[in-house]
Design a protein around this ligand. Structure first.
Ligand SMILES: Cc1cc2nc3c(=O)[nH]c(=O)nc-3n(C[C@H](O)[C@H](O)[C@H](O)COP(=O)(O)O)c2cc1C
Length: 485
């Protein structure tokens, strides 16, 4: 019997959206009975592409029409001149691109005349910074270039020039769409499954429609986290991890006062002065993408065109603490993180070496500024015990609820932490009675515990302030207010 067909799903991402989209594609394929391997273009050997059967690419465009860092080597290989027009004969492919039509409106530099420095997206956060170190007063000729979804368009063309066969029309997801890139991804994915099924029914033995229940898949996480309560049990290894080095680097940078001399040089680490900080995105478009300009103050700074200046983003320790507390975990406990199946390869922050939970959260997760993914709502709906809440989460995770989710989640820039504190506002906006008292002492115990849990613990608002805040809301006539004494 011919073996079931397999899919290779490759992603190239700078800030994480393509990873989400890619994982969604592989999940949906697996729910239809087709096994899929998800990999970053960074971990994939480009020369092996010719021996694949079907490859789905999800790629984003970054910088000024550039491929993500993780795709640069892969793309360089694909562009080699010696590759024949038949090299990918027999390989089927589909490309889904992620981009943002805001970008062509910026001033674009042609590749020969790029300014010194590059855009540096800094993780999946609501503020993105593009950096330029000023050396001369002029920037060279400015050209308009269509950089919207540039990478997906180029990749699609190159794959086809190398003889690969497209199985679906290129999908182009635009973040400016009223419900984000998912509004294009949903129908694109459905038509992809149908086409693959028509080409070879072995892809989906039970047809292209959903055949495995969500529950079964949600029960099988890809990553295993093991907790060790004994502090120090594994600490003898922790100096060797990349994360540990990263942590040390961050601590070193944070503790460096102006004018401090580095340990190994007799000259100061270079100093830059910020001379411009301007918003690149349109006002009100819901995104904060900034252009910073720095001027070198010390002569010690040496760089060449293409060098990268990295600014390490940080998270508030209070937010990390609140997140861990909300998960009912001990921030001081040690964990190891590893993929459950060998084929998955390394996962974000994967480490066989135990590290402190709070270090892991600080270095690998964005708890205070990134909006949770759609899949987060899907998984939460599985665990929700309150029926109404479960239904709402399921609606958000469904294709029909996608627009509502986008408005509630991304447009409002909600975060995992905020989800908790907005619960109380949701309650209020649904017309629930607001109880106001002179002091929290008189609150009925169920109201008091809800307040302690949501307003005080999650949002970090002291109880007395929360009571004052409620009184203000009541005075403004927004909510029905009852008093107790
Ligand atoms: C610094 C930066 C530069 C970007 N440049 C472009 C661009 O030139 N063209 C485009 O279509 N989208 C551009 N985008 C939008 C991204 O492609 C879009 O946000 C995408 O969803 C990011 O996917 P990723 O998280 O997988 O990298 C840019 C985004 C950032 C943060």
């Amino acid at each position: 019997m011919e073996a079931r067909r397999k899919l290779l799903v490759l992603y190239a991402s700078q800030t994480g959206n393509a990873v989400d989209a890619d994982e969604r594609l592989s999940r949906e394929a697996e729910r239809r009975g087709c096994s899929a391997t998800v990999m970053s273009t960074h971990d994939y050997e480009a020369r092996c592409l010719a021996s694949e059967e079907t490859v789905i690419f999800v790629v984003s465009t970054t910088g000024q029409g550039e491929p993500p860092d993780s795709m640069k080597a892969f793309w360089l290989y694909l562009r080699r001149r010696h590759l024949s027009h038949q090299w990918l004969r027999g390989v089927q492919y589909a490309v889904f691109g992620l981009g943002d039509s805001c970008y062509p409106q910026f001033n674009i530099f042609s590749s020969e005349e790029e300014p010194i420095g590059r855009d540096l997206p800094l993780g999946k956060s609501s503020t993105v910074i593009s950096i330029e170190i000023k050396q001369t007063s002029g920037y060279g000729t400015v050209e308009k270039l269509d950089i919207f979804l540039f990478v997906a368009k180029k990749l699609d063309k190159r794959l086809s020039d190398l003889g690969a066969e497209p199985v679906a029309e290129r999908g182009l997801g635009n973040e400016q769409h009223s419900s984000g890139y998912e509004s294009v991804l949903d129908p694109w994915m459905c038509s992809l499954w149908n086409t693959l099924y028509q080409k070879n029914p072995k892809f989906f033995p039970n047809g292209p429609l959903l055949s495995i229940s969500d529950k079964k898949l949600i029960d099988q996480p890809k990553i295993e986290i093991t907790f060790y309560d004994a502090v120090g049990e594994h600490s003898e290894y922790s100096n060797t991890t990349d994360l540990k080095c990263f942590e040390m680097e961050i601590n070193r940078a944070r503790s460096m006062p102006p004018g401090k001399f580095s340990h190994y040089k007799n000259s100061p680490d270079c100093f830059l002065q910020m001379i411009e900080n301007c918003l690149l995105t349109r006002a009100g478009c819901g995104k904060d993408v900034r252009h910073f300009e720095f001027e070198a103050l010390s002569s010690s700074i040496k760089y060449e065109v293409g060098d990268v200046l990295e600014i390490l983003p940080g998270q508030s320790p209070a937010a990390i603490g609140r997140f861990i507390k909300r998960c009912c975990l001990n921030p001081e406990s040690y964990i190891t993180v590893q993929p459950r199946e060998a084929q998955i390869g390394s996962c974000v922050g994967s480490s066989m070496v135990a590290m402190k939970l709070k270090t892991f959260v600080e270095l690998t997760m964005d708890v205070a500024s990134a909006s949770p993914s759609r899949y987060f709502f899907e998984v939460m709906s599985f665990f929700a015990s309150f029926e109404k809440e479960k239904e709402e989460l399921q609606w958000f995770a469904s294709p029909e609820g996608r627009d509502d989710l986008f408005k509630f989640n991304q447009r409002e820039q909600r975060t995992v932490l905020e989800e908790q504190s907005t619960k109380i506002l949701d309650l209020l906006s649904k017309g629930a009675a607001v109880y106001v008292a002179g002091s929290s002492k008189n609150m009925p115990s169920d109201v008091l515990s809800a307040f302690e849990e949501i307003v005080c613990n999650e949002a970090g608002i002291p109880m007395e302030d929360a009571v004052k805040w409620l009184r203000e809301l009541g005075k403004a006539g927004k909510y029905h207010v009852e008093a107790w004494s």
